[in-house]
Design a protein around this ligand. Sequence first.
Ligand SMILES: Nc1ncnc2c1ncn2[C@@H]1O[C@H](COP(=O)(O)OS(=O)(=O)O)[C@@H](OP(=O)(O)O)[C@H]1O
Ligand SMILES: Nc1ncnc2c1ncn2[C@@H]1O[C@H](COP(=O)(O)OP(=O)(O)O)[C@@H](O)[C@H]1O
Length: 199
Amino acid sequence: MGKSSHIVWHDTLVTKRDRQLRNGHKSCVLWFTGLSGSGKSSLANALDVELFHQGIKSYVLDGDNIRHGLNKDLSFKKEDRKENIRRVGEVAKLFVDSGHIVSTAFISPFYEDRQLVRNMFEQNEFIEVFVDCPLHLCEKRDPKGLYKKARLGEISDFTGIDSPYEVPINPELVIEADKMTIEKSVQLVMSYLKDSDIL
Ligand SMILES: Nc1ncnc2c1ncn2[C@@H]1O[C@H](COP(=O)(O)OS(=O)(=O)O)[C@@H](OP(=O)(O)O)[C@H]1O
Ligand SMILES: Nc1ncnc2c1ncn2[C@@H]1O[C@H](COP(=O)(O)OP(=O)(O)O)[C@@H](O)[C@H]1O
């Protein structure tokens, strides 16, 4: 018998739909994925500011921050990245249930892990946003000096250096982060949210 075989699911009395109706917008997860330094956090946070100013319920879950708390027991080995993404998926699902537009900024380099999260959500609730920025530019930006350390062999399993990044196959949105300003990228995501009737 599984560990959860004696645990019974409780439906909430206030439903996700009730919350969405009161908020005047739907809820969803914007799943930003891309190399370290590609611009995930900057874009997720700039979008959060825009949504906040428009009175929309939004929140950001950021890789660096979550790894300080909830996921501080996890490394960057493949299996730990999988668990990192699974947990973040579950947390994002709670935010979507609570009526929020939640933006997640995790490298989430493995296709299979992203699919696992996609499958936790209803159709149209999971919006994969590929923040596409070439490795050489991410490495040039290197805001935390981590690429330099990875090249020197001081950090192992670093994405793009000695750990793979699997490019999304059919993402809902691609942001060409080497060609576009953050402001323009925010506009693109906002247009997507309006066109898909989330806002
Ligand atoms: N080995 C290795 N590989 C990649 N990244 C590393 C590594 N070690 C530390 N860091 C820093 O951790 C941030 C990525 O954490 P994530 O939780 O987003 O990674 S993952 O989704 O589990 O792959 C990443 O932050 P971002 O630059 O915001 O992506 C790095 O600052
Ligand atoms: N569209 C962009 N154009 C130019 N620079 C950017 C853009 N997006 C992010 N940056 C810069 O790139 C660096 C990495 O951005 P960050 O959001 O921290 O990436 P990530 O969260 O993917 O690691 C930061 O110094 C940021 O100011």
